[in-house]
Design a protein around this ligand. Structure first.
Ligand code: GRF
Length: 213
């Protein structure tokens, strides 16, 4: 399965996908990484693995729609079967998403539908939650609001800070994302009529995926 990854920063989820591809654990080929940030480590990771690394600078476009048009034009050239948002920090316009519905997923660091948007770890701590986690979902026009494919869950510890919670969750995110990409690549999870679907009666969506990668 041809995969394009969009990332704005560190790229640790991209790194997990690259590693899983390299080890033959995922039947995917990452054919491009696109970023809105020239200095994103994700772009360096792509270059180091001979993957097309494309920076598109939002400041050179009149508005969000023009940026998205340029972004998706480059994506289309790469002919992906799946687009993975892995720490891509820009909101996409519904017009840009529409042709790709069912073929774009995002990883979000909360137990969706809890805490769409930013500062999810802080919000979980402030709410006194005993559990926190991350979700992979199909992207729709609603921010962090598309159908959830799978979640991973961790306990919140009494002495957790935003940083400790984020760090502990990140290792689980990598496994969650790789698992979801694998399920989509193998055809076990798909998209139909605006919903995530499974062709395996044993799989009840959303899945809970909790092993470390
Ligand atoms: C992850 O926490 C992901 O859930 C969120 O952004 C972060 C990206 O981390 N959407 P990385 O760039 O993959 O290391």
């Amino acid at each position: 399965m041809r995969v394009v990854v969009l990332a704005s920063g560190r790229g640790s989820n991209l790194e997990a996908l690259i590693e899983a591809q390299r080890c033959g654990e995922l039947p995917i080929r990452i054919v491009g990484v696109l970023s809105d940030k020239a200095t994103a480590r994700a772009l360096d990771l792509a270059r180091n693995h001979d993957i097309a690394a494309i920076h598109i600078d939002p400041r050179t476009f009149a508005d969000r729609a023009a940026f998205d048009a340029a972004l998706f034009s480059r994506i289309t050239e790469l002919e992906p079967e799946l687009i993975v948002l892995a720490g891509f920090m820009r909101i996409l316009t519904p017009q840009a998403i529409q042709p790709w519905l069912g073929r774009i997923i995002n990883i979000h660091p909360s137990l969706l539908p809890l805490y769409p948007g930013l500062h999810t770890h802080r919000r979980a701590l402030e709410a006194g939650d005993s559990r926190h986690g991350a979700s992979v979902h199909f992207v729709t026009a609603e921010l962090d609001g598309g159908p959830v494919i799978a979640r991973t869950v961790i306990d919140v510890l009494a002495d957790d800070s935003e940083e400790s919670l984020a760090l502990r969750l990140l290792a689980k995110e990598h496994h969650l994302l790789c698992s979801c990409v694998g399920l989509i690549a193998s055809g076990q999870i798909g998209w139909s009529d605006g919903a995530a679907t499974s062709n395996d009666p044993a799989l009840t969506l959303p899945l809970q995926i909790d092993d470390e990668f």
